[in-house]
Design a protein around this ligand. Structure first.
Ligand SMILES: Cc1ncc(COP(=O)(O)O)c(C=O)c1O
Length: 383
């Protein structure tokens, strides 16, 4: 498998939380796409078919159905689309965590500032963790939604999504999750976890390209959660729905007097996708589906253990909770003053990690070996 990922032979790559490394199948599919586009121009209906394939395959990855998944340009946009689908007529409070990626905080604060929400509770992480009882205290009958990341992009803490979703449901709120550091790392089942809405991009743990993401909306919420905005790909009887039943996508005009969203999560697909990216994303998900998520997770956890043990032995101050406190995710972060300098010194040795606010974040994937972890630890002892 390592031989299908060319970048692994030129560097010690430990930054899959920043961006995963693409296998040849992904880059080859994208290259062939561009070459054919160059020779023949647009292949509109074939490209629509890629969107269907992406929805289908992504649904398989997270235990969802095809009609619950839509393809959008980024995870951040996916979150906005879910937010715009909330019924804010009675409840105007949202609970989030400051361990979330900034988009999953800023969006809600902006909604409060623009008057759409009355209250946004931002739970504060201490030592990289927001305890479950903090969620329990904050979620109440005023709460319309809880927005949480499966795994914190910074501390690597794995939130207890199932329990948080339960708390939300008990009080009549919905659970919206950013699964960017979850899908491709550990097995995810949206039904088991009680997730109502989910977003995930492809360019990290799924080893795909930048510029596309999927939004999931639970079938049970399709009636009650309709977006405030709509485009020609999201309208009922859109071009893809027409092509699916072998109709000409342009057989009748789109309505100009009524804007009814699609009955499926296609309602989130406002307009034309980055077709070459979608083609690459299809291959990336195929790559993920070709390996067992359970064994991938076991390898990632082993690499994480090796890292934590080695870093502790060096006396590093860890931001990432212990494996007992947080059993999941592939992110290990520790304090590193002058992080930029350290990242550069490691890069000079062809070791790739990322620096974040006086911390170093190391994120091994299932394609990394114990030797690569040892190489990093040795380099850190020397710099
Ligand atoms: C958890 C998480 N969500 C969202 C994003 C941003 O995704 P996008 O740029 O596709 O909106 C990131 C980027 O690092 C992230 O870590």
């Amino acid at each position: 498998m390592r031989q299908t990922i060319p970048a692994l032979s030129t560097r010690t790559y430990l930054d899959s939380a920043g961006a995963g490394l693409p296998p040849l199948s992904v880059t080859r599919a994208m290259r062939e796409f561009v070459e054919r586009w160059s020779r023949e121009g647009e292949r509109f209906e074939e490209w629509l078919d890629d969107i269907l394939k992406l929805r289908e395959r992504f649904a398989e990855l997270i235990g969802a159905r095809d009609n619950e998944v839509g393809v959008v340009p980024s995870a951040s946009i996916g979150l906005v689309e879910l937010a715009s689908s909330l019924d804010l007529s009675k409840r105007k409070k949202v609970v989030v965590s400051d361990l979330n990626f900034p988009s999953n905080v800023l969006l809600w604060l902006r909604m409060r500032e623009s008057g759409l929400l009355k209250k946004v509770v931002v739970l504060r992480g201490r030592n990289g963790i927001v305890p479950l009882d903090a969620w329990e205290r904050a979620i109440d009958e005023e709460t319309v939604a809880v927005a949480v990341d499966y795994v914190s992009w910074l501390s690597g803490y794995r939130e207890r999504v199932r329990e948080i979703a339960n708390l939300a449901h008990r009080r009549g709120a919905v659970a919206l999750v950013d699964a960017f550091h979850g899908v491709g790392v550990f097995p995810i089942d949206v039904r088991r976890d009680g997730v109502d809405g989910l977003v995930c991009g492809f360019y990290k743990w799924l080893c795909g390209p930048h510029g596309a993401a999927c939004v999931f909306l639970n079938e049970e919420r399709l009636n009650s959660m309709k977006p405030a905005y709509l485009g020609w790909f999201g309208v009922k009887d859109n071009v893809i729905e027409r092509a699916q039943v072998k109709r000409d996508p342009f057989d009748i005009p789109f309505p100009v007097d009524k804007a009814e969203p699609s009955a499926t999560a296609a309602r989130f697909e406002w307009g034309t996708s980055a077709a070459v990216v979608v083609r690459g994303a299809v291959e990336a998900v195929k790559f993920a589906l070709s390996t067992d998520p359970g064994s991938r997770f076991r390898v990632i956890t082993r690499r994480k253990e090796e890292l934590i043990t080695g870093l502790r032995g060096m006396g590093k101050k860890m931001l990432t909770p212990t494996l007992e406190e947080s059993p999941g995710g592939g992110i290990v972060t520790f304090e590193a003053k002058k992080h930029k300098l350290l990242v550069e010194k490691l890069a000079a040795k062809r070791i790739v990690v990322s620096g974040r606010y006086n911390h170093l974040r190391v994120s091994p994937h299932f394609y990394n070996t114990a030797e690569e972890i040892e190489l990093l630890l040795r380099a850190l002892r020397m710099v």
